[in-house]
Design a protein around this ligand. Structure first.
Ligand code: GZL
Length: 322
């Protein structure tokens, strides 16, 4: 009887020890983060936000790779994360298509993939767990709605409006979706037309070069719709060099909400920026923490964001983080 009691006590002690260890420091997870590049202030802020969020949690080790805006580099980085048997891959897709095979390899290796910012094509979304980021189509719609209200205020609601469009990286989710969203609103304004549309690849230099070409072909432009502020800022330089005033002779709409755009709005050289929040680090680390801890993560994690123009930019500027 005494031995039986002793055995029972030993088993109970072992169970207490085990359960205590189960609630002790969580197992360290290694996360491979494949960032697509460093083409804009937005991208830099996004990268820093993710790195800082994982640095702040000692139960994660973050491996970082910058693909320098080349898809082949991203695919190589993801393959190296698989070879290193990371616990999870975090990934911004430079463009939507072309990642199916490498995502299949991650799945076969049993490594979960969490998307951040830009998603992969619909046909590959069964290979990733979730996407953390903005609603790019809604951003395009917000730009169109803002323009409609602004033209109404200026008594131009029924005037012929020639719009030139600086598209983002060809094939990228934000470029595809922002263009779609803006065109949804255009349907309500038959007096608007997009007279020229070309990619400036989300860079300031790209925006300036394409806007110079647009202005050489035809100066009868009332609106510039740029898929990000970087290109809008470049285009504003081109507009000034052509002897016109951005923000006055040509209405300038940008996207992202970077500090440079706030300064341009306060200087009267840009009319609005549709915010696209890059500070996704805290949401990314929380989603992967939940994944590690066996919790269910939602198929879509949205970011909260607004719109800034001459009515609210100056008040918001002092607290902007990017
Ligand atoms: C949008 C992001 C875009 C930004 C650009 O979420 O992917 O990429 O709008 C950046 O500034 O280059």
């Amino acid at each position: 009887m005494r031995n039986f009691r002793k055995t029972l006590i030993l088993i109970a002690a072992a169970m207490v020890l085990f359960s205590a260890s189960a609630f002790a420091k969580p197992k360290t997870w290694v996360v491979g983060f494949s960032q697509e590049g460093s083409e804009s202030e937005w991208r830099t802020a996004d990268t820093i936000s993710v790195q800082n969020a994982f640095l702040a949690d000692p139960s994660f080790d973050l491996l970082y790779s910058d693909a320098q805006n080349k898809q082949e580099n991203q695919i190589m980085a993801i393959r190296s994360f698989i070879a290193r048997r990371v616990n999870c891959i975090l990934f911004t897709a430079l463009v939507e298509t072309g990642y199916g095979p490498v995502l299949e390899e991650a799945k076969r290796a049993g490594i979960p993939v969490v998307m951040i910012d830009r998603d992969v094509a619909k046909e590959d979304r069964h290979l990733r767990l979730t996407i953390i980021g903005s609603d790019f189509m809604k951003e395009g719609e917000k730009a169109g709605i803002w323009l409609a209200n602004y033209l109404k205020e200026k008594g131009m609601a029924d005037k012929p409006i020639n719009i030139v469009e600086l598209q983002g990286t060809v094939g990228s989710a934000p470029a595809i979706e922002r263009a779609k969203g803006f065109r949804i609103i255009m349907k309500d304004h038959p007096n608007w037309q997009i007279t020229r549309s070309q990619s400036g690849d989300f860079t300031t230099a790209g925006g300036k070069a394409v806007m110079e070409a647009f202005l050489k072909e035809d100066k009868n432009i009332q609106v510039l719709f740029a898929h990000n502020d970087q290109m809008a800022l470049g285009a504003e330089q081109a507009i000034k060099e052509a002897g016109l005033q951005p923000g006055k002779d040509i209405i300038v709409i940008g996207m992202d909400g970077v500090k440079g755009a706030f300064q341009a709005i306060m200087n009267g050289e840009q009319n609005c920026t549709v915010e696209c929040n890059p500070l996704l680090g805290p949401q990314a680390v929380q989603a992967i923490r939940d994944l590690r801890d066996g919790k269910k993560i939602p198929p879509r994690i949205w970011t909260i964001e607004g719109l800034f123009d001459a009515t609210n930019a100056a008040a918001a500027f002092p607290t902007r983080q990017y």
